[in-house]
Design a protein around this ligand. Structure first.
Ligand code: HEM
Length: 453
């Protein structure tokens, strides 16, 4: 497809004329939105059991097709015939605030833009991030000592935010600009929840737009300084990276990539660690197993080369993401007529992918609803039953670029936290889980700490 044809495609509106697809669009205006918010798994399960792997779904103003099953997910993620657009899939959700970000680019343009992340995620840069991360997480975990009832979610969110401000943006944790950035992301997250996409003063959308402009000004004003400085933060790497033609990426590109990177990195890992703690609280034997593993690496801070020495922790994090993927719904839009799961799907149709449902299909996972990290280890190796039965980090060209970073950060947290404290859940901790705007325990996960070292 030529660039002109693709631009025409972008102007076409979504197709919702799907009479031949089984199912319905649910309730007027809201569709399946509240069913999904209240019980995501149950809603998808009802659809799948009644209509099969391809059915109609409406998430508020977005109407399209729900897809289920690793075979179809493989087809969409690998996208061998360039049938699917992430940009147009997300254009009326994430695209309202993160236009130009990596996930909002397709095919060749996406490949060229992904270059900007090259140096920032190479082993050498990762080693540098690592040496910053360990002491910062240690300080935070130490500061929790003596807190009788700790609300884990806000505590870890604050910690990861400070780490992100330093590693990704090069800001000190006491720098007021780090708080402003946090506020901007909160406002954009709220803006993403708004149904009305018009900048009417006082609306969630208007607040989100104001925050988006703040990010543009903030990053835009620092590009030159970072490009010619000696910073080893991700932002500095981005400003110095060159395109295929040998020039720098444009300021707009750098701003779009930085804004999205912070969004993609932060809440996802916060969500993952909060659910990990919930499961370790419910399964004290796994808590102890991870503690023993962390203590066996007998040093103050992990090195990059220690990451492979934590197989139980690795398995527990992946198991957490299997049960509670941080990105609950992925979206694409068909570029041309195609076929999925034996159904004809017309051009411009929105596709919804719900990783959590795949992750709990009994065909691919034993006891699919229970927390059993050893399913990731020998001899069970259940993740090898299908190349796409686990898609917690996505797959294909858009697969998460921060996967290793997220695992590294999570292991660093476990290595600092578990040897210092035993913890228990309070009677009601984590009984109710929320899915939007971010999957997390609805009560912020109160825990009780007991110092052991
Ligand atoms: C537990 C933590 C994380 C999870 C579960 C996660 C999950 C995901 C998923 C599912 C996607 C693909 C979305 C799609 O295909 O529609 C994705 C993409 C992405 N993630 Fe992550 N992520 C995590 C952490 C991070 C971190 C730490 C960073 C950055 C340091 C990051 C940066 C990105 C970027 C830039 C993309 C877009 C990649 C592209 O379009 O080429 N993520 N992530």
């Amino acid at each position: 497809m030529s660039i002109a044809e693709f631009n025409n495609y972008k102007n076409a509106s979504d197709n919702s004329d799907l009479k031949h697809i089984p199912g319905s669009y649910g309730r007027p205006f809201i569709g399946h939105y509240f069913d999904m918010v209240n019980d995501l798994y149950g809603t998808i399960d009802r659809q799948y059991c009644r209509y099969g792997p391809v059915s109609k779904l409406s998430v508020a103003y977005l109407k399209g097709v729900l897809l289920v099953g690793p075979d179809i997910y493989g087809e969409v993620y690998l996208d061998k015939n360039k049938n699917f657009s992430a940009e147009m899939g997300y254009s009326r959700t994430l695209g309202r605030f993160y236009k130009g970000a990596l996930l909002l680019r397709d095919h060749n343009e996406h490949r060229l833009q992904r270059r900007i992340m090259q140096s920032a995620f190479k082993t050498e840069a990762m080693r540098g991030y690592f040496s910053t991360m360990g002491p910062m997480i240690q300080d935070a975990v130490e500061s929790w000592d003596g807190r009788k009832d700790l609300l884990f979610f806000p505590a870890i969110k604050r910690t990861l935010l400070d780490v992100a401000a330093r590693i990704f943006v090069g800001l000190d944790k006491n720098d007021e600009r780090a708080n402003n950035l946090n506020r901007a992301f909160l406002d954009i997250a709220t803006g993403l929840m708004g149904f009305v996409a018009k900048e009417i003063p006082g609306t969630k959308y208007a607040r989100g737009k104001k925050a988006q402009r703040y990010l543009q000004d903030f990053f835009g004003s620092l590009i030159e300084e970072r490009r010619y400085g000696d910073g080893i933060d991700t932002f500095s790497y981005f400003t110095r990276e060159k395109t295929e033609n040998g020039g720098y990426f444009s300021d707009d590109d750098i701003i779009a990539h930085m804004s999205f990177l912070l969004f993609a990195a932060h809440d996802t890992t916060t969500s993952a660690l909060s659910h990990l703690m919930l499961h370790l609280g419910e399964n004290p034997e796994w808590q102890q197993r991870l503690r023993d593993e962390a203590m066996s690496i007998d040093k103050d801070f992990l090195d990059y080369d220690d990451l492979d020495k934590m197989p139980y922790t690795d398995a527990a994090i992946k198991e957490t993401l299997r049960l509670h993927p941080s990105a609950m719904v992925a979206q694409r839009r068909t570029i041309r007529d195609c076929e999925l799961g034996g159904h004809f799907i017309p051009a411009n149709t929105i596709l919804f992918l719900v990783p959590q449902y795949n992750h709990r299909m009994a065909e691919y996972w034993d006891n699919p609803h229970s927390f059993e990290p050893d399913r990731w280890l020998d001899p069970r190796n259940e993740h090898k039953r299908h190349p796409f039965n686990f898609v917690g980090f996505g797959g294909g060209a858009h697969k998460c670029i921060g996967m290793h970073f997220a695992l590294m950060q999570s292991k660093t947290f476990v290595h600092q936290f578990l040897p210092r404290y035993k913890f228990t859940l309070t009677a009601d901790s984590g009984k109710r889980l929320q899915t939007v705007p971010l999957p997390k325990p609805a009560d912020d996960l109160p825990i009780k700490l007991k110092r052991i070292r």
